[in-house]
Design a protein. Structure first.
Length: 159
């Protein structure tokens, strides 16, 4: 009811307002609408309609989220976990990673090296300094092989 004089919002109007600012996963949108006091059944109907109309898409959300996290220098393990926390299933996540690879995004080995070189001036002279660099990359979501590769190549000048 758009013309409602009582000032009460509908799940759809609240969802459209949220989606106008940025993409949301279906789960995130459901949580936000529930927090605004909308009934679960009304939320489910609304989200189904938004998805059918192409106004909400978990696939589009995942691709945009992945792209933004790559630009932040985050690794695949962390990005996958963050997408799972936002309610995306493994198939949607795999599809987003496949699409990123198809577009030439997500060279995790070079991304790890770039993040490391931006954060630290060199590989470190002591085991403690080296461990600090490993923890930095692991915390960013890079796996062991990506961390090892970055430590070996991040500051090389012949690339």
């Amino acid at each position: 009811m758009r013309g409602s004089t009582s000032g009460e919002s509908t799940p759809r109007s609240d969802a459209i307002g949220l989606l106008a600012r940025r993409e949301y996963s279906r789960q995130e949108l459901a949580e936000r609408l529930a927090a605004k006091g909308h009934a679960a059944e009304a939320i489910a109907e609304c989200l189904e309609a938004l998805a059918e109309q192409g106004l909400q898409s978990d696939e589009r959300f995942a691709e945009g989220f992945l792209r933004s996290r790559i630009l932040r220098g985050q690794g695949p393990l962390r990005i996958r976990l963050d997408l799972e926390r936002r309610g995306l299933d493994r198939e949607a996540i795999r599809h987003a990673f496949d699409e990123a690879a198809r577009r030439g995004e997500g060279d995790w080995f070079s991304l790890a090296g770039e993040a490391l070189a931006r954060r630290f001036p060199g590989p470190g002279d002591t085991p403690r300094e080296r461990a600090r660099r490993e923890r930095f990359l692991a915390g960013r979501g890079f796996d062991f092989e990506q961390v090892r590769h970055a430590l070996e190549t991040a500051w090389s000048t012949d690339d």
